[in-house]
Ligand binder design. Sequence first.
Ligand SMILES: *[C@@H]1O[C@H](CO)[C@@H](O)[C@H](O)[C@H]1NC(C)=O
Ligand SMILES: *[C@@H]1O[C@H](CO)[C@@H](O)[C@H](O)[C@H]1NC(C)=O
Length: 454
Amino acid sequence: MPMWPSPMKCQRILFYSVMLLFSSARIHCAISSDGEALLSFKTMIVGSDGIFLHWRQEDPDPCNWKGVTCDTHTKRVIYLSLANHKLIGSLAPEIGKLNRLKLLSLHGNSLYGTIPPELGNCTDLQQLYLQGNYLSGIIPLEFGNLLELETLDISSNALSGSIPSSLAKLTKLKSFNASMNFLTGTIPSDGALFRFTENSFVGNRGLCGKQVGIECKDGSLSPSANSESPSPGSPPSRKNSTKLVISAVATIGALLLVALMCFWGCFLYKKFGKGDIGGLAVDVSGGASIVMFHGDLPYSSKDILKKLETLNDENIIGSGGFGTVYKLSMDDGNNFALKRITKTNDGLDRLFDRELEILGSIKHRYLVNLRGYCNSPLSKLLLYDYLPGGSLDEALHERSEQLDWDARLNIIMGAAKGLAYLHHDCSPRIIHRDIKSSNILLDGNLEARVSDLD
Ligand SMILES: *[C@@H]1O[C@H](CO)[C@@H](O)[C@H](O)[C@H]1NC(C)=O
Ligand SMILES: *[C@@H]1O[C@H](CO)[C@@H](O)[C@H](O)[C@H]1NC(C)=O
């Protein structure tokens, strides 16, 4: 009998002890409830300038995260400052769980969707900055619970509906701005909102009340309570003509509002519509142009654009952080790969320009061949030779039987020659910085082509 446990047993023991380690670690490292709420908040944000990089689940509390400040004793989050960080996304209702929050500043981002009523649970809030986003829907009635509030700025959004009368309870309010929205109806004149002037309400076509010097008389201007009562004291003949003028003004106002909203909609669509919605037809319909390199393709720009319009999800052959890759088959049987980079991100735009600049100027047997590009209003499209062998990564992990040692050596030599060309023959030298098997593509003869230069 052997003295040592068999290798199988050893493995099992190791496995269990690792499991034990992990499970105890998990119990030990459970993040605080504020941390959990912030992670929920983060999941609804789909884009940023990288501020969330070190917001990690493993941390015991969120107190060292960028933008977060905690109370030193209670470790509860008191400030959340994420203004001007290119945040794209909507506001998670879990933000209401940060109920010791004193300051929330999210202004100057691209937040859309409604303001969650749960924010009314953060009753310690003193400063609330939401201006300069694309928030829509109504101002939550629950804001009336924020009795400590001193500053409330919701200007320059797409908020609609009326200003809730509950805001009259905010007696500590020193600064209030609801300008540049689509608010309508009567501004509550009793309580806290009385002391604010026209400056706090500019750019809302449908508001009336003492603060803006517009009396709420007509139903179409103020759909609230006093709309029913006819204006007392004005003679009947004048009343009719004022009514006419007011309804005309209201109609024009409504039309302008619709136009504004259309405009806003287009803007939002341009900004967030990833273009994935309507296939490539949307991309190339609005004034796209094609530039070809090395001038050796027998197609006109028109042929190519026409083909691009027919591409859809079924033609996708790959996707990644950079964008989506489509297979483009021309009528004569030639295939190309089309890389599509959506124009939403400055970083990616720069990446594109750089890749273009490099690839357009070089050509080598062991580098992917860039044939041309198309700069459409919504995205950037790069046209490469199609490589039927796929990536080395796929070949290694999905069809490894295809790759004998000679083939592998040949691929390594090819990739090395491609890199050597970039390092030694290009001026200035080009450093790839992301060499990995998924960036080495294979042609029909299993020859390597280095791709994704940046
Ligand atoms: C927070 O507010 C929402 C709606 O305003 C309410 O339904 C919910 O119960 C509140 N949650 C807590 C924990 O107070
Ligand atoms: C409110 O915001 C608007 C638009 O940003 C600005 O023009 C206005 O001066 C602000 N009003 C106050 C009182 O700060």
